[in-house]
Ligand binder design. Structure first.
Ligand code: ADE
Length: 238
C-alpha cells in the first residue's frame, strides 16, 4: 500500500443514493470494500430545518432557475469539519479548473476530500467565498448537477490508490499517465471476422512487443491528440 492510509471522501448532494449505487460497482466498489477509501454521501436535505426540507430558493434579482440556499450546505460542511478537519472542499462546476490526469494523481494523494454537488444555476456565492477551497470542472459542457462530475472525479482518483487496481502496474500504464494515448489491445481469437491480430503480438518477443506498443501509442497520439505532444521531449519517438 506504499504508506497510503486510506482516503475519506464526503459527498454533499441531494441524490445520495445515486452516489452510493454508482460506487458499489467495479473498481470503486472493490476499493470501498477493501477499505482503501471510505466514501460517505450526505443528503443536504438532512441539514434543512423546515417541514418541506427545502434546499433551494429563487435567485435575488430575479431570473430563471433556482439557487441552493447557503445554510444546509454550511451545516453539512461544519458537521464534517467537526468530525474530520482540514479536508479540501471541492465544488463541482463548469467554472472550475479542468480535471486532467495530473490533477487526479495529485488528488489521489490527499487523505480527505469533500465534494459539493450543486444543481446548475448554482449555489449561493457566499458558500464559495467562505467554505469552498477548490472548484473543478470535468469538461466544457453543462451537466444538470454536480453528481456525475463528482462520480467521474472519484472514479479517476480512487483507481490510483495503491491496491485499487488489481495489476499494480496497470493504472500507471493508462492513457495519459505517460502523456500519451494508449496503444491498441487484442485478445483471442487470433482472427475475428477476417481481421487478424498484428503478427508481432503473437511472436512472444517482448522487446519487439514493447517497441510496437510505444510506436502505436505515439501514432495514435499524433493522429488524435497532437496537442498532448506539444512541448514533449522528441526523444519519445525513439
Ligand atoms: N456541474 C455542471 N456541469 C459541470 C461540469 N461540466 N463539471 C463539473 N461540474 C458540473
Amino acid at each position: 500500500m506504499k504508506g497510503h492510509r486510506g482516503m475519506r471522501i464526503d459527498v454533499l448532494t441531494i441524490f445520495p443514493d445515486l452516489i452510493r449505487q454508482a460506487l458499489s460497482c467495479g473498481i470503486p466498489g472493490r476499493a470501498v470494500d477493501a477499505g482503501l477509501v471510505d466514501v460517505r454521501a450526505h443528503d443536504l436535505r438532512d441539514h434543512t430545518d423546515d417541514l418541506h426540507r427545502t434546499v433551494d430558493d429563487a435567485p435575488y434579482g430575479g431570473g430563471a432557475g433556482i439557487v441552493f440556499k447557503p445554510e444546509p450546505i454550511a451545516r453539512a460542511l461544519r458537521g464534517i469539519a467537526l468530525e474530520r478537519p482540514s479536508g479540501k472542499v471541492i465544488f463541482l462546476t463548469p467554472e472550475g479548473k479542468r480535471l486532467d490526469q495530473t490533477m487526479a494523481n495529485r488528488l489521489s494523494l490527499e487523505a480527505h476530500l469533500v465534494l459539493l454537488c450543486g444543481r446548475y444555476r448554482g449555489i449561493d456565492e457566499r458558500i464559495r467565498e467562505r467554505y469552498v477551497t477548490h472548484e473543478i470542472s470535468i469538461g466544457d459542457y453543462v451537466l444538470s448537477g454536480g453528481e456525475f462530475a463528482a462520480l467521474v472525479l472519484i472514479d479517476a482518483v480512487v483507481r490510483l490508490i495503491p491496491g485499487a487496481v488489481g495489476d499494480a502496474e496497470s493504472a500507471l500504464e493508462d492513457s495519459f499517465q505517460n502523456g500519451l494515448l494508449d496503444c491498441p489491445w487484442y485478445t483471442r481469437p487470433p482472427v475475428f471476422e477476417g481481421l487478424s491480430v498484428p503478427e508481432v503480438l503473437l511472436g512472444g518477443n517482448h522487446r519487439l512487443i514493447a517497441q510496437w506498443r510505444r510506436e502505436e501509442a505515439m501514432k495514435r497520439t499524433r493522429e488524435r491528440r497532437p496537442d498532448l505532444l506539444e512541448g514533449q521531449d522528441v526523444e519519445r519517438e525513439r
